[in-house]
Ligand binder design. Structure first.
Ligand code: NCD
Length: 362
């Protein structure tokens, strides 16, 4: 049985197949209208969401299935102190598949290890957001017609922006990808994401300047500064207006550049940009529903063929040697969850938290 916690849980071939399925759903929706009849999706949202939760729910309805769940931690037993592990175990009794969002990094992995049905990570703190990347990929395929040889500018909160981390991991696997990482110094891309680019030999540059970067880009992926992840509210106030994309900044952009944004937007894209045909972010939100339909179909089909145990922890994991210093990690709060570290695999002697990827020496 498969769960999807990280975009790297899906191979490039599987991503291509998911986009093919999504395009087929768009072309022939009636063929899929009964595909999940009698099946239930549970949406466990411990953190606010509009697009991710509602598009998962719409996806399941359009497949003929049913939906149950909650949209805030306050209306679940988490408010009584229930652990993520227990919630996942219980919900597995009531649903055939789970989509979950949680403010703690690594929470989805803990849930998947304890669930007996497939679990999809709908965002775990500032860590990963694989199904947003599925929406991004279908958008890139429909807007650009290809995944290879693209120069992708990613702008905004690259530190806490989980959609960025998953997008970078996904696009780094395609031939000819280059990244321009545009952020204030304080919100630079985490080292575990950069290390994976270096390992794959993917060219990237880091800059604080948006305007100068725009002319070279095939895709501009804007993101919001993630207010809820800041420990220091003053730092958020200082950084919140770092980038605002306006029509005049697009004057030197390529004619076929696509502007993406996972949304919600605060003020980082002026409303005036919405009229530009290159603004793809509302189309991107719709694409998310089709990709979630394709993913639900795939995981339910695989669970039917292989109902066996869920995912396992990485080989060579050690406990008792290190303590995770990321205060947003699930291991800081989950009852009796071991402090577990895995070898980095790239840098000798370096260990990373199994739950949130933070380096033991950070
Ligand atoms: C993103 C998220 O939740 O990480 N939103 C989404 O799922 N479309 C981006 C964000 O909240 O800024």
């Amino acid at each position: 049985m498969r769960s999807v916690i990280d975009i790297l849980d899906l191979s490039v071939r599987e991503l291509d197949a998911l986009t093919d399925t999504a395009l087929d759903i768009i072309a022939r929706p009636e063929e899929y209208a009964h595909a999940c009849e009698g099946k239930k999706l549970a949406t466990l949202f411990f953190e606010p969401s509009t697009r991710t939760r509602l598009s998962f729910e719409a996806a399941m309805y359009e497949l003929g299935g049913h939906v149950l769940g909650f949209s805030e931690a306050a209306s679940s037993s988490a408010s009584k102190g229930e652990s993520v592990a227990d919630t996942a175990r219980i919900v597995s009794c009531y649903a055939d598949i789970i989509a979950m969002r949680h403010p703690r990094e690594g929470a989805a992995l803990v849930a998947a290890l304890n669930a007996s049905v497939p679990l999809i990570n709908g965002g775990d703190g500032g860590h990963c957001h694989p199904t947003q990347t599925l929406a991004d990929l279908l958008t890139i395929r429909r807007e650009m017609g290809r995944f290879d040889h693209l120069t992708i500018g990613v702008c905004g909160d690259l530190k806490y922006g989980r959609t960025v981390h998953s997008l970078v991991h996904a696009m780094a696997r395609y031939e000819g990808t280059r990244f321009v990482l545009i952020s204030p110094e304080e919100l630079r891309t985490p080292d575990y994401v950069l290390a994976s680019l270096r390992e794959k030999g993917v060219p990237y540059s880091e800059t604080a300047e948006l305007d100068g970067a725009i002319p070279a880009l095939d895709i501009l992926y804007m993101t919001r500064i993630q207010r809820e992840r800041f420990a220091d509210p003053d730092q958020y106030e200082r950084l919140k207006d770092s980038y605002i994309l306006t029509p005049d900044k697009l004057a030197d952009a390529k004619k076929d550049m696509a502007i993406l944004h996972p949304l919600p937007r605060v003020n980082e894209i002026s409303v005036a940009v919405d009229r530009d045909p290159r603004a793809a972010y509302f189309r991107q939100a719709l694409n998310g529903k089709y990709m979630r339909m394709a993913l639900i179909l795939k995981l339910l089909d695989e669970a039917r063929k292989d109902p066996g145990p869920a995912i396992t922890l990485p080989d060579g994991s050690v406990s008792g040697t290190y303590v995770c210093r990321n205060r947003r990690c699930i291991s800081a709060v989950e009852q009796e969850l071991p402090q577990l570290f895995r070898p980095d695999g790239r840098e000798k002697g370096l260990y990373r938290c199994v739950w949130c990827d933070t380096a033991a020496t950070d």
